[in-house]
Design a protein around this ligand. Structure first.
Ligand code: KG4
Ligand code: ZN
Length: 340
C-alpha cells in the first residue's frame, strides 16, 4: 500500500510517500519538509496568515518533489492523506483541499488524518511495535499522555491545563531575549547555567492524575527575570537551566503517574513512546529512558526528524487507517479543534 501524506497544520509544509506492506511494516519512500521558521522568526512566533500563504506557495512544489524522490507515479497511489486537524484553519484548508484534488483527479481514496493520531502512530512506521503502548506527546501546541490501544483507539490519560511544554520553552526564551524557536535556544544556553540557582515551582508534582500545568512556572521565570534585571549572560543561563530542571522534574513525575494509570486500566504497556519537538531535548530524552525503565517498560524514540512535524507521519497514519478501510469522503471538513 502506497500513500502520499500532506502536513500543513502549523509552520511546517511537508509531503511524503510511505509504503505499508501486508505485515504492517513501513518504509519511507520520500519525506520532504519545508520549515517556515525564517518567515516567522521576526515575530517571535507563528503568524497564522503568513503560515497559510506560505503553505499555498510551497505545497505544490513539495508534492512534486516527494513524488519524484519516491520513484512512484500518482497512478500508483493507494490513497492520499492530509492532516485535517487540529491546527491553524488556513493551513488545514490548504492541505486538505490539495489532497481532495489529488484524490478526485487520480481516483484514489482520501484519508483525513488527525495530526495527533499521526504522532501517536509514527513509532510503528520505523519499529515493529505492537499495541498497546503509552505515548508522551510534547510539542509547541500539545502536551499529552495517551494510551494507544489500536488504530483509532486512543484514551487520553493526561493533558496540559494551560500551556504546552514547547510553548513554555518558547515563552521563556522570549522573556529572556533568546531566539525563536525557544526550545533549542533554552537548551543550548542552559548548558552554561546552574540548574539549582533559582528555586522555581514544580506544578502538579505528586498528584495522582497525569495532567500538566506550565503557566505558573512560566510566570515564575518572568518574575525572577524582573527581580534580577538587568540580566547578565550568567543570569540568563542560570534561569534557563533552572527552568529546564523544573520542566524535567514535572515530566518525570507526570510520566510516573501516567504509566501507573496506564497499568491500572490497560495492563503493562509494550513501550513508552515519545513524540513532538520537545522530545529532541537531551535532558528530557535522558529522563524518558529512566521513566520507561522505572515503569517496567522500554523507551521507543523515533528519529528526531520523525518526532517533529513531517509528512511521513501523516502518510503512515493514512496507511494504517486505509488498512482498516477507514477512508473519508470528499466533503470531509478541516477541524481546527479535534481532540484525539
Ligand atoms: O513538534 P514540533 O516541531 O511542532 C509543533 O509544535 O507541532 O515542536 C516544536 C516545539 C517548539 O515549541 C520548540 O520550542 C520545542 O518544540 N522544541 C524544544 C526543543 N526543540 C524543539 N523544546 C525543548 N528543547 C528542545 N531542544
Ligand atoms: Zn505536531
Amino acid at each position: 500500500m502506497i500513500v502520499l501524506g500532506l502536513e500543513t497544520t502549523c509552520d511546517e509544509t511537508a509531503a511524503a510517500v510511505v509504503e505499508r506492506d501486508d505485515d504492517g511494516r513501513g518504509r519511507i519512500l520520500s519525506n520532504v519538509v519545508f520549515s517556515q521558521i525564517d518567515e516567522h522568526a521576526a515575530f517571535g512566533g507563528v503568524v497564522p496568515e503568513i503560515a497559510a500563504r506560505a503553505h499555498v506557495e510551497i505545497l505544490d512544489g513539495l508534492i512534486a518533489q516527494a513524488m519524484r524522490e519516491s520513484g512512484r507515479h500518482f497512478a500508483e497511489l493507494d490513497g492520499v492523506a492530509a492532516a485535517a486537524g487540529p491546527g491553524l484553519i488556513g493551513g488545514l484548508i490548504v492541505g486538505l483541499t490539495t489532497a481532495k484534488a489529488i484524490a478526485l483527479v487520480h481516483e484514489t481514496p482520501l484519508i483525513a488524518v488527525n495530526h495527533l493520531e499521526a504522532h501517536a502512530l509514527t513509532a510503528r512506521l520505523t519499529n515493529d511495535l505492537p499495541f498497546p503502548y503509552c505515548l508522551f506527546l510534547a510539542s509547541g501546541g500539545h502536551t499529552q499522555i495517551v494510551a494507544v490501544l489500536g488504530v483509532g483507539d486512543y484514551v487520553r490519560l493526561g493533558t496540559t491545563r494551560d500551556d504546552a511544554i514547547g510553548e513554555a520553552f518558547d515563552k521563556t526564551a522570549k522573556t529572556l531575549g533568546l531566539d525563536y524557536p525557544g526550545g533549542p535556544a533554552v537548551e543550548r544556553v542552559a548548558r552554561q547555567g546552574d540548574p539549582e540557582r533559582f528555586a522555581l515551582p514544580r506544578p502538579m508534582v505528586g498528584r495522582p492524575d497525569a495532567d500538566f500545568s506550565l503557566s505558573g512556572l512560566k510566570t515564575a521565570v518572568r518574575l525572577e527575570a524582573e527581580r534580577q534585571a538587568p540580566l547578565s549572560d550568567q543570569d540568563v543561563a542560570d534561569l534557563c537551566a533552572s527552568f529546564q530542571a523544573a520542566v524535567a522534574d514535572m515530566v518525570r513525575d507526570r510520566l510516573r503517574a501516567g504509566l501507573k494509570l496506564f497499568r491500572e486500566r490497560f495492563g503493562q504497556p509494550m513501550a513508552l513512546v515519545a513524540a513532538g519537538g520537545v522530545a529532541s531535548n537531551q535532558v528530557i530524552r535522558a529522563l524518558l529512558n529512566t521513566s520507561a525503565l522505572d515503569g517496567g517498560t522500554v523507551l521507543v524514540l523515533p528519529r528526531p526528524e520523525l518526532c517533529t512535524d513531517n509528512g511521513a507521519m501523516i502518510a503512515w497514519a493514512g496507511a494504517e487507517r486505509l488498512a482498516y478501510g477507514l477512508t473519508d469522503t470528499l466533503d470531509a471538513a478541516p477541524r481546527p479543534r479535534w481532540p484525539l
